[in-house]
Design a protein around this ligand. Structure first.
Ligand SMILES: C[S@@+](CC[C@H](N)C(=O)[O-])C[C@H]1O[C@@H](n2cnc3c(N)ncnc32)[C@H](O)[C@@H]1O
Length: 258
């Protein structure tokens, strides 16, 4: 499976899961997937990861450690239904301000409803835009987070450059993404679950297994940990490191704009 992975040198902009697609086609296909899954997205996350996504997201926010005083501005890109933004605002004792940016109106709509229910509308705003062309000036944010989003972006290098541009000096980039499993037996179990269990569950719960097949395949196309770290450095970030979660099923990459 790992042979499918892209390297830091390229190959990411012409794949939709395991299919090769023409450059420029990918975004439309990704958008169709997330329009289709938006209403079931949160429940499917729990089912597909057996709740582990919550642990990984909590660990990401612990790594960010948002200050408990006003003024901290975070941009959560591909923020979808708001999971990361809500956690950051909670961790800051409602002092931080989070902007959830996503290209998909259906995902943002679910996020807005959730923010209202949690009384978080003052701390969180929602922006429909592309990670590759952020509608913000230079050096506006203290932190840029993106969870399980970057592998869906057709031009990852461009998105990372935009991340660097909108961060203040001293600002932090945190990228949580599915990655390459580093444990010999776990990788076999994970493969069986991913390629058989997840699409079958998608069909049973959400009525169609195909969007979930894309999600699984796109994970395998994403660069392995060291290659992705190199891409982050190439975008201008310093002190780039990563931490594997659950044997590398997910990894948190961190970089600083110094
Ligand atoms: C797997 S979801 C992750 C949502 C959320 N961050 C989470 O962890 O639950 C991926 C999100 O990436 C968004 N996305 C895909 N391409 C994008 C792009 N080019 N710019 C911004 N968001 C994008 C999708 O619309 C979707 O909401």
């Amino acid at each position: 499976m790992s042979d499918e992975r892209a390297t830091a040198q390229g190959g990411m902009d012409t794949s939709f899961g395991f299919k090769s697609v023409g450059s420029g086609e990918k975004q439309g296909m990704v958008d169709a997937v997330f329009h289709q899954v938006a209403r079931r997205y949160d429940i499917m996350n729990d089912v597909m990861s057996a709740g582990l996504h919550r642990v990984w997201k909590d660990a990401m926010v612990t790594a960010l450690n948002p200050p408990r005083h006003p003024g901290f501005k975070v941009l959560d890109v591909a923020g979808g239904t708001g999971d990361i933004a809500f956690r950051i605002v909670d961790a800051s004792h409602r002092q931080a301000h989070a902007t959830v940016l996503d290209i998909n109106r259906s995902m943002l709509g679910v996020g807005q409803e959730r923010a209202e229910k949690r009384n978080l509308s003052e701390n969180v705003d929602f922006v429909e835009a592309n990670a590759e062309e952020l509608p913000f000036g230079d050096a506006e944010f203290d932190a840029y987070t993106i969870a399980f989003g970057i592998r869906n972006v057709p031009d990852i290098a461009k998105a990372l450059k935009e991340a660097h541009r909108v961060l203040k000096r001293g600002g932090r980039l945190l990228v949580l993404e599915f990655s390459e499993v580093q444990m010999p037996i776990l990788d076999k179990v994970y493969d069986a679950w991913s390629f058989n269990g997840i699409p079958a569950l998608g069909k049973a719960i959400a009525g169609d297994g195909e969007p979930y097949r894309y999600l699984v395949e796109s994970i395998r196309k994403f660069p392995r940990q060291a290659d992705f770290a190199r891409m982050i450095e190439q975008a201008g970030f310093d002190r780039v490191r990563w931490t594997d979660y659950s044997g590398g099923i997910a990894a948190l990459h961190s970089g600083w704009k110094l």
